[in-house]
Ligand binder design. Structure first.
Ligand SMILES: NC(=O)c1ccc[n+]([C@@H]2O[C@H](COP(=O)([O-])OP(=O)(O)OC[C@H]3O[C@@H](n4cnc5c(N)ncnc54)[C@H](OP(=O)(O)O)[C@@H]3O)[C@@H](O)[C@H]2O)c1
Length: 236
């Protein structure tokens, strides 16, 4: 198998949607840089990508920590090849009523879900050239607000603004920007939430990976700017 000359960077690649997206890029012949905090979980994902003939790389980083993002940019700078894809996927879901949510939860949500993608974009843009493509995994909560989801929605509405501005700024440089707005997806994100939503009715992480595969297979002269994805079961 030849060494891949194209790199895909995926945040939150240790589980859930990020792990499925990383696997899709690997199957498409990319080298993949897997980012998340949990080293053991990242190594687990890397092991099966390797077993499938892929070329994964792992960095255990907290994307809200500036020094950790320096490690990511140092890796990308040293990579012998082209940074082709950047997927902003990592996020936290801290829920609670506005009246009682802690400042720590509010800040953490905005730091991880909004400020970190801004900062990582700044760090990696110098390495992304014509043919690059940046994805933002947003949410139905980036379109619509729900009670107890103010912090999460604020971060995702903000992420929409970041992506839309970036798309306009990069128009003409040959770098595409796409935002995905999925409804509920059956991932570990739901394990710590105080709701009894029917996980069997939710989309699967593979559905999101397949959507990104569809988007990257489009001809170079078109960009799918946005895609809404919902479970056909009618669940949001
Ligand atoms: N699941 C849904 O219903 C749903 C619906 C719409 C949109 N989304 C969006 O889809 C994306 C992925 O969600 P998911 O459902 O796959 O969530 P998940 O299963 O909870 O996975 C979240 C990922 O983000 C990583 N992460 C969290 N904080 C991080 C930090 N500070 N630094 C680096 N990595 C961090 C986690 O790894 P570590 O813990 O190891 O750091 C994990 O890999 C998110 O943007 C989410 O908002 C999810």
């Amino acid at each position: 198998m030849p060494i891949p000359s194209n790199l895909a960077v995926v945040t939150g690649a240790s589980r859930g949607i990020g792990a499925a997206v990383a696997r899709m890029f690997s199957e498409e012949g990319m080298a993949v840089l897997l980012l998340a905090r949990n080293r053991e979980a990242l190594d687990g994902v890397a092991a099966y990508l390797e077993a499938e003939g892929g070329a994964p790389h792992v960095l255990a980083v907290d994307i809200s920590v500036s020094a950790d993002l320096e490690k990511v940019s140092a890796f990308v700078k040293a990579f012998k090849g082209k940074l082709r894809y950047l997927v902003h996927n990592a996020a936290v879901a801290r829920v609670g009523r506005v009246a009682t949510m802690s400042m720590a939860d509010w800040r953490r949500t905005l730091d991880v879900n909004l400020t970190a993608p801004f900062s990582l974009t700044q760090k990696l843009l110098p390495f992304m050239k014509d043919g690059g493509h940046i994805f933002f995994v947003n949410s139905v909560a980036g379109r619509q607000v729900f009670p107890e989801w103010a912090a999460y929605s604020a971060s995702k509405f903000g992420l929409r603004a970041l992506a839309d501005a970036l798309r306009m700024e990069l128009a003409g440089e040959g770098i595409k920007v796409t935002t995905l707005y999925p409804g509920a997806v059956d991932t570990p994100l739901h394990e710590n939430l105080p709701y009894n939503w029917e996980r069997g009715k939710m989309m699967k992480p593979q559905n999101i990976a397949d959507a990104i595969k569809y988007i990257i297979r489009q001809p170079g002269n078109i960009c799918i700017n946005e895609m809404d994805l919902a479970s056909a079961s009618g669940l949001f």
